[in-house]
Design a protein around this ligand. Structure first.
Ligand SMILES: Cc1ncc(COP(=O)(O)O)c(C=O)c1O
Length: 258
């Protein structure tokens, strides 16, 4: 990918411009962004009723942007499985009534709080889970099925550090977010994949540029997106497809682990 980006840096596909020089509203960049989105949708088998948003602010900004969009100031349930979900709980407290419904703090964040033990509350707007706790090395290989646990709230996952290393079961997920800088490309791009019924519920003081519906309605171009990061991410998506996609990545990871 870096070699391809280097070769295209001064002149992208004979356009006479490098990607950094392009208008984000010009036909060249729009074709880059559309291809990146389509390739990501194909790689992760994202269903048609989910929107893919290219945002900024990183994983930690999403800790605020998610409650601003989904909590409506109501209840939010958080599973603490390590340092990142701990930060998520703390940030969401600024906007919502947060309950820690399970925690592995007692054993130094080395175990996985089993979904059957979660103290899920009735009426919560969403349940937050960090599906791969980067610092503590605690990963949910299988996502919990909240519906099977009698909970109809959407599951929000912070999958920053294992996105695209395995398929995602969208039947179990309402929203997934990930900073791009670990598994995808340059820092500055944040991916949000959100079910469309969760759009349009932002709190009145949510900044417009962080309102998921505004971002979705404007195809991630409400304000200038991180264009070069999207371009590199798009090249990584093409590379991943050529490697056989996320199923091949998962098989490789399992083989390495063994
Ligand atoms: C799981 C997880 N969430 C959130 C973050 C923070 O992301 P950012 O630095 O993009 O805000 C990180 C990593 O640095 C992470 O590993």
């Amino acid at each position: 990918v870096l070699q391809q980006a280097a070769a295209e840096m001064l002149d992208w596909h004979g356009s006479g411009m490098g990607v950094m020089e392009m208008s984000h509203r010009g036909k060249e960049f729009i074709s880059i962004a559309e291809a990146a989105e389509a390739d990501l949708r194909a790689l992760l088998a994202v269903p048609a009723n989910f929107r893919i948003l290219f945002m900024q602010g990183g994983g930690l900004a999403e800790n605020a942007i998610v409650p601003l969009n989904l909590s409506r100031g109501g209840q939010v349930d958080v599973v603490i499985s390590g340092a990142w979900s701990q930060k998520s709980a703390k940030e969401a407290q600024r906007y919502a009534d947060v309950a820690v419904i399970a925690s592995n703090e007692a054993d130094g964040h080395t175990s996985l709080p089993a979904p059957a033990s979660w103290r899920l509350r009735t009426g919560s707007r969403y349940v937050h889970l960090c599906s791969n706790e980067t610092i503590h090395g605690v990963e949910y290989a299988q996502l919990p099925d909240l519906a099977a646990l009698g909970c109809d709230a959407p599951l929000v996952i912070d999958c920053s550090s294992h996105i695209l290393s395995r398929p995602i079961d969208w039947a179990k997920v309402g929203l997934a977010f990930a900073g791009a800088q670990k598994n995808i490309g340059p820092a500055g791009l944040t991916l949000v994949i959100v079910r469309d019924d969760l759009l349009g519920h932002a709190m009145p003081h949510c900044p417009s540029a962080f309102d998921y519906k505004t971002v979705a309605d404007n195809a991630s171009m409400f304000n200038t997106p991180p264009t070069y990061a999207i371009y590199i991410a798009g090249l990584v998506f093409q590379w991943l497809k050529a490697q056989g996609g996320v199923v091949a990545m998962e098989a490789r990871n399992i083989a390495k682990a063994e």
